[in-house]
Write a protein that binds this ligand. Structure first.
Ligand code: SAM
Ligand code: ZN
Length: 385
C-alpha cells in the first residue's frame, strides 16, 4: 500500500503536510508507521519565527538540518515558510517517515530545496562535521532525551550557527530522577517549585559540556518549558575564549527547603546562609542568562509574531537579566498556612521595598525577584493581616 492510501492532508502554518491517518480516539500519537504530533504545532510555529530571525542575522548561506525529522513537519515547514533558508536537510531512522516528508515537500513545491536521508541521527550529524559541510541551523527533536546527540550536534553546526533542542524527559530534568540527570546531563536535578527552570539550565549545561571540550562556547538565545517538554535555542562560538566564558557560566543552584532561600554559587555549600539548615543543590548547570536580550529584541522588531508568542517573548525579555529561580507564593502560603495574596499585590510590595520583581515567563504563578526569601515571606505575612 502506498503512503498516500493511509495518509491525510493537514495544514500547519502556510504548509500542507501529508501525515499518517490515526484513529480519532488516539491521544498519544503512534510511532508507527511514522510519528506526527499535531500538539507540537505551537512548538514548530515558534521555531519557524526563531529560524526566520536567525536567517536574517546570518551572513552567507543558510542551511537547516532537521536531524530527527519524523514526517518532516518542521523541516518542510521551514522550506516553505522561511525562504531565507536555502536548503533543508531532513533525516530520520524511519524510512516511512522520510517517504512522508518527501511527499509533503513535493506537494508544497519545495522538493528541489530539500535533501532526505535515512540513518541514525548521530551518523547524519557526523557526516556533516567537516567545516564545509556544517549547517547554519540544526534541530534535535528526539523521543525523550536529546543527551545521546549533544556531542554530534555541536560538531555539525558552523561557528555562530544555531542549535535548537527539545527534551521530553522532564521527569529526569525536573528533579524526579536526579541521578539519571547527573549521568545524562552532567548535573543533578532538584525537585523544587522552579524545577522547570532547573531543567532548562541543566539541558543548557549539558550542551555547554559537549561544546567546551571542543573549545567551543555556547550562547543561549531563548528557552522555554511548555507542557511536557523543554526547548532551548543557543548559538555556538568557536575559540577557547568562548569556551572559557561558557565554563564560567556553569555552577550550582543551592536551595533551602526550610526557609525557601536560594543561592547561585560556583561551589556546593553545605548550610543555608539565612537559617543554617542543609542546602540542597542542583547542578552543575547553566547559571547565566537563558535569554539573549538583543536576539529577543531583533525577534520582536523584525518578525511578525502571533499575539501569544509576542507576549511570551516580551515576558522573557523582561526577565532576561533577573536572577535564576522564581518563587511560587502558593507554595509559601501552603507551608506557612497563609492565604495566598494576589500575585500583583506581592510584586508591588516587593518593588515598594526597593527590589525588582516580575511575573515569571516560565511559570505564570511564579515571581522572579532579587529580594531574599525572608522579605517575600514578610510581605506575604503583612498582606495576610
Ligand atoms: C519526536 S519525533 C520527531 C518529530 C518531528 N521533529 C516533528 O516536529 O514532527 C522523533 C523522531 O526520531 C526518529 N528517531 C528515533 N531514533 C532515531 C535515531 N537514532 N536517529 C534518527 N532518527 C531517530 C523517530 O523515527 C521519530 O520520527
Ligand atoms: Zn534556610
Amino acid at each position: 500500500m502506498s503512503i498516500h492510501e493511509q495518509a491525510i492532508k493537514i495544514v500547519e502554518g502556510k504548509t500542507t503536510l501529508l501525515v499518517p491517518k490515526v484513529p480519532v480516539d488516539t491521544n498519544i500519537p503512534p510511532k508507527m508507521p511514522a510519528f506526527y504530533n499535531p500538539q507540537a504545532k505551537l512548538n514548530r510555529d515558534l521555531s519557524i519565527f526563531i529560524y526566520k530571525a536567525m536567517a536574517k542575522k546570518l551572513s552567507g548561506r543558510a542551511r537547516m538540518a532537521d536531524s530527527l525529522s519524523g514526517v518532516g513537519a518542521r523541516g518542510v515547514r521551514v522550506a516553505v515558510e522561511v525562504p531565507e533558508i536555502s536548503e533543508v536537510f531532513m533525516n530520520d531512522l524511519n524510512p516511512i517517515a522520510i517517504d512522508y516528508a518527501i511527499a509533503s515537500a513535493k506537494i508544497n513545491e519545495v522538493y528541489d530545496r530539500c535533501s532526505f536521508t535515512v540513518m541514525d541521527a548521530s551518523r547524519f550529524l557526523i557526516e556533516h562535521a567537516s567545516p564545509k559541510n556544517r549547517f547554519e541551523i540544526v534541530d534535535v527533536d528526539p523521543f525523550g532525551s536529546p543527551a545521546p546527540y549533544l556531542d554530534c550536534v555541536v560538531r555539525a553546526v558552523r561557528d555562530k550557527g544555531l542549535i535548537s533542542i527539545t527534551a521530553t524527559d522532564t521527569a529526569v530534568l525536573c528533579g524526579i530522577y536526579p541521578k539519571v540527570s547527573a549521568r545524562k546531563y552532567f548535573g543533578y536535578s532538584l525537585n523544587t517549585e522552579y524545577c522547570h527552570e532547573i531543567g532548562i539550565r541543566l539541558l543548557l549545561g549539558a550542551l555547554a559540556h559537549s561544546a567546551m571540550r571542543l573549545d567551543i562556547g555556547i550562547n543561549p538565545l531563548f528557552s522555554h518549558s511548555t507542557g511536557h517538554y523543554i526547548r532551548i535555542y543557543a548559538t555556538i562560538a568557536s575559540g577557547a575564549r568562548y569556551a572559557d566564558e561558557t565554563r564560567d557560566s556553569l555552577g550550582y543552584i543551592l536551595h533551602c527547603f526550610n526557609c525557601f532561600n536560594r543561592k547561585i554559587s560556583s561551589m556546593i555549600e553545605k548550610s543555608c546562609d539565612e537559617c543554617g539548615s542543609i542546602f540542597r543543590f542542583a547542578g552543575p548547570l547553566w547559571i547565566k542568562e537563558i535569554h539573549d536580550k538583543d536576539f529577543l529584541l531583533h525577534l520582536l522588531n523584525k518578525i511578525t509574531l502571533t499575539k501569544e508568542y509576542e507576549k511570551m517573548i516580551r515576558n522573557s525579555l523582561n526577565e532576561a537579566d533577573m536572577p535564576p529561580t522564581y518563587y511560587i507564593p502558593d507554595k509559601i502560603a501552603d507551608r506557612l498556612q497563609l492565604t495566598v495574596p494576589r500575585l500583583n499585590d506581592i510584586i508591588d510590595a516587593i518593588k515598594n521595598k526597593g527590589y525588582r520583581a516580575i511575573k515569571s515567563a516560565i511559570n505564570p504563578k511564579g515571581i522572579k525577584t532579587d529580594a531574599p526569601s525572608s522579605v517575600i515571606i514578610g510581605i506575604m505575612k503583612e498582606l495576610n493581616r
